[in-house]
Design a protein around this ligand. Structure first.
Ligand SMILES: Nc1ncnc2c1ncn2[C@@H]1O[C@H](COP(=O)(O)OP(=O)(O)O)[C@@H](O)[C@H]1O
Ligand SMILES: [Mg+2]
Length: 230
């Protein structure tokens, strides 16, 4: 099944073309790495795919539904239900505990106090953060903050995870752990994962590698075939 179908998507920022006619299809269950030099439009594309922003032109079908012309409120509602977004800088709310951060999407979804604190505790447990539930982000290491951010992204069990350089600020061991967690979710739960990364090894671990340059897709390769050719 095609989860994402993007056709000639463009995004201009006050005259600057950050994205220029990108077309891309992603099947449900794919694990895709998005690579390219700094400024090539990776975050712009992720923000459009993640419904954090609307395109200047082009269409975006998510699970068959045209989501390219939704109102901001409707966009947020679709995002909350269908997409887990892991930001580069984690974007945890500094005054909320780890548990409260994980509960946020559940609050937006209208899930009651008892159910959502249970769900948050379950997720924190799964990510080895049970004893950190009541800590503020500033009291956690980078790797722990990242795991809280991933737990939050997964709170509503979205079919799609978008992660913008999720290992960018982490040491290599912690980064490898985060990647292993994405792979596990992909393998065990059929999650579709799109990951922006500068790390060649991480990109090589994905099933498919899409390269952006100057706002355009310049390569779209199956890493399985790349490995076979090597
Ligand atoms: N909010 C913005 N306002 C103006 N220009 C932007 C904005 N966001 C991104 N850009 C520009 O769009 C281009 C692509 O940026 P970005 O998508 O962040 O690239 P990447 O994530 O690959 O480094 C860059 O030239 C960047 O300066
Ligand atoms: Mg970026």
């Amino acid at each position: 099944m095609t989860l994402i179908a993007v056709d000639r998507l463009s995004k201009h920022y006050s005259g600057v073309a950050a994205l220029q006619g990108v077309s891309l299809q992603v099947a449900a269950g794919e694990f895709l790495a998005l690579v390219g030099p700094s400024g090539s439009g990776k975050s712009t594309l992720m923000n459009l795919l993640g419904l954090l922003d609307a395109p200047t032109s082009g269409t975006y079908l998510l699970a068959g539904e045209d989501v390219s012309r939704l109102s901001p409120a409707r966009r947020a509602a679709v995002r909350n239900r269908r997409i887990g977004f892991v930001f580069q800088g984690f974007h945890l709310l500094p005054r909320l505990t780890a548990r409260q951060n994980v509960e946020l999407p559940l609050i937006y979804a209208g899930i009651g106090f008892r159910a959502r604190s249970q769900r948050a505790d379950q997720l924190l447990e799964r990510f080895g953060l049970r004893d950190r539930a009541s800590h503020l982000p500033a009291e956690l290491s980078g790797g722990q903050q990242q795991r809280v951010a991933i737990a939050r992204a997964l709170a509503l069990e979205p079919p799609l995870i978008l992660a913008d350089e999720p290992t960018g600020n982490l040491d290599s061991a912690t980064g490898a752990g985060v990647l292993a967690e994405f792979r596990r979710l992909h393998r065990d739960h059929g999650l579709t994962v799109i990951l922006v990364t500068h790390d060649r090894d991480i990109a090589a671990g994905a099933d498919r590698r899409v390269t952006l340059s100057d706002g355009r897709i310049v390569a779209d390769e199956s890493t399985v075939e790349l490995r076979r050719a090597a």
